[in-house]
Design a protein around this ligand. Sequence first.
Ligand code: ZN
Length: 460
Amino acid sequence: MWASLARCLSRRVTVHPEGPRSLQRAVKVRGFFPLQTWPVPHRCMRMGTAPRMDGATPAIRQVQALDAERYVSVRWEDGSRSLYPYVWLRDNCQCAHCFLHSAKARKLLLADLDVTTRLERVTLTEPTKVSVVWPDQHTSEFDAEWLKKRCFSQSARQKQQEELFLNARHCWGSGLRVPTASFEEVVREDEAAFAWLHTLRRVGIVLLKGAPVEQGQVTRLSKRIGYHRLTFYGHTWQVQDKADANNVAYTSENLSLHSDYPALHNPPGVQFLHCIKQAAEGGESEIVDGFHTANQLRKENPEAFRLLTSLRVDFTDTGADYCDFQVQSKNTIIDVDCDGQVVRINYNNATRDSTLDLPLEQVQPFYSALRAYVDLMSRPENVVTYRMEPGDVVTFDNWRLLHGRRSYTSVPGHARHLEGVYLDWDEVMSRLMGPEDSLKQRGLNQSAQSRALGYSKEDN
Ligand SMILES: [Zn+2]
């Protein structure tokens, strides 16, 4: 059944004839979940007992209390086993006394949790229900599917984290054909919006075509997500050649590859830029996959990678716009998480401060490392160049992509004009994950979803 569903969805993907690689495909997907469920605000949709994607609830063969380790052992029908610590089970009791279902939030206080609790008995009340009686006679009941999702095995945790955060990325170089979608479809149709945001997460960029050529479109788009992020440059901002520019972007000069706003400790996660008027000459856009190039640096020049992931650099931004501002931040050029995965690039040469809070002997190595990374990202095989046309809205991951702009000729009466807005990933992910229940009802699994978008692993 999955194969035929995937085939059906694959047919909906527009493939560029000149694009042999999977990422050289335009993304234009339609038709996979009901519209009405999209805008409904949900909190913590993942808790509780949503139906499984394949419709089958996992059955349990046997439960057992392992008192020495204080684990409940659950033997599944397929022969596999999951272990659940007593303390975790007690902490996550789903009864109305311990859990507020209307808020999908825990009521039980940590002060009332015996972190070395014993267990009086555990029983299988039906093939999909586990009942635990605690020493104080409090009873907890756990659903098999709920338990299965929260299995503590390395592989189960990895699978669950991927479902929650969509952390797998499709890296790219100059061969990328920027995924495109219709602006109006994304605004109107939930399935188009889902495909847009899913691709934005996986690839880092989607170009929306056909927006009305007037201000206000990035606001429409951010309302599609929920709300935008206000910064000192305003709710939205106009990228134009301005007299006494308070930002280098507001000139006609070349803008070297950068991420926006590392002068904030939490730079905006997502950026939309709407082209209202393009320059007669010049003004082409350049993008680079910052995660991919950081991983290249890690391989080619481990010492430079180590310095850029450990030395904190001062950034500064001063001026007046929405209101007057003077911000200072300290960021590493490349942020990695505790597993060493690259999670954010913070690099803007214009706002890198002259104050450099490094020991004297680290200054030269820092410059050499930064130059090595900039040289690497600027290699032709890493840079994608494209030209925005009026009505185009580029939407991209500002934590991942570096973007730049070639200089342009400013002609009076034909001023280049882009309108931009920032959002954060939390809000975008909320909108992206929100409709999951309806996707599940349609029985779509993760692989069918990604195949529908034209860049699944099988295609790579
Ligand atoms: Zn309880």
